[in-house]
Design a protein around this ligand. Sequence first.
Ligand code: PMP
Ligand code: GLN
Length: 383
Amino acid sequence: LVTRMRAFGTTIFAEMSALAAQTGSINLGQGFPDTDGPAAMLDRAVQAIGAGANQYPPGPGLMELRRAVSDHRAAHYGLDYDPAGEILVTVGATEAVAASVLALCEPGDEVIAFEPYYDSYAASIALAQARLVAVTMRPQAGRFTFDPDELRAAVTPRTRAILVNSPHNPTGTVFTRDELTLIAELCRERGLIAITDEVYEHLTFDGVEHIPLATLPGMRERTIMISSAGKTFSVTGWKTGWICAPPDLVTAVQTVKQFLTFTASAPWQLAVAFGLRHELDWVSALRAGLQDKRDRLMDGLEAAGFSVLRPSGTYFVQTDIRPLGFEDGLELTRRLPELAGVVAIPTQVFYDHAERGRHFVRFAFCKKDEVIDEAASRLKRLS
Ligand code: PMP
Ligand code: GLN
């Protein structure tokens, strides 16, 4: 294995899901729902296979999906993207991020990301031989946010791009218009490309709405906007995502994507196109249901003695473990199966400055109510 990848080892999600399987613990670690996506959309995938959608789609993706994405962007956000040239279907958001970073960065270039950050960012940046510059988000008035001065100070002449993930995994923060405005100003002033990971775009709570960075003045022309069907339609195993960007950026990303995967699987594309056109009410119900699950898990975690931060979006709750007398989240999560029969994710692995996340642990609430209740009751053993 090349030197630059050695530090990555096995992802925390693989490690913790294996631990859950080995110990028979409840898995509130890896974020995947334990119920299926909309039935008609699942049927559409089966039909697509029966009807022969089984050969290579064109590199940019099937036109049916690109059109559905374009119409959805327009209806939902007032953003116009041309299905021919401004939309590229990818193998999940993961490939979209990797191909974007590989397309933009020369060795030694810098990419800013907010820590704690989704683990594939650091690996994609390392593959490009670029450097991740982490700007730390810290809890302030009940939500994780960043210091504008730290963000400004992170930009150097080598900065090529900024990766913005909102709604943010693993903190649950939905960036406000003020926060996005600051990021947009910096991108415009310093000539940066924004790569926006918006996989949780529809999963926001308490009336908080997701604002795509590309809708801010001057940003559409410099943003690679990334989405995925995985979270929107509870089909994380379908690995179907897409980017929307101006033609020059799409061409750059597609040049790389051609040699990573060439194209994405056909049947899912047709089914996701159907989902975007016909299942948005299902998505609204999912969102309302997830908000209840968030509250349910938060109540359970509080009753078990954790200090809990209220997320405005995503699948995840952050807890501070110090009220329970623990200090190190990695140590606690490795022992949690034995202590309580539950698996969670140590937030510190998503930091460059691990000590800043040492006492945080992430729990996922995208699970059946009875699973959440059982986990909450087991976690009471900790106090
Ligand atoms: N970005 C974030 C923030 C995620 O939480 C995930 C996991 N769904 C991904 C990207 C990867 O998405 P996909 O499964 O579509 O590759
Ligand atoms: N996005 C999911 C999470 O944050 C996990 C994806 C993965 O297993 N790589 O839990």
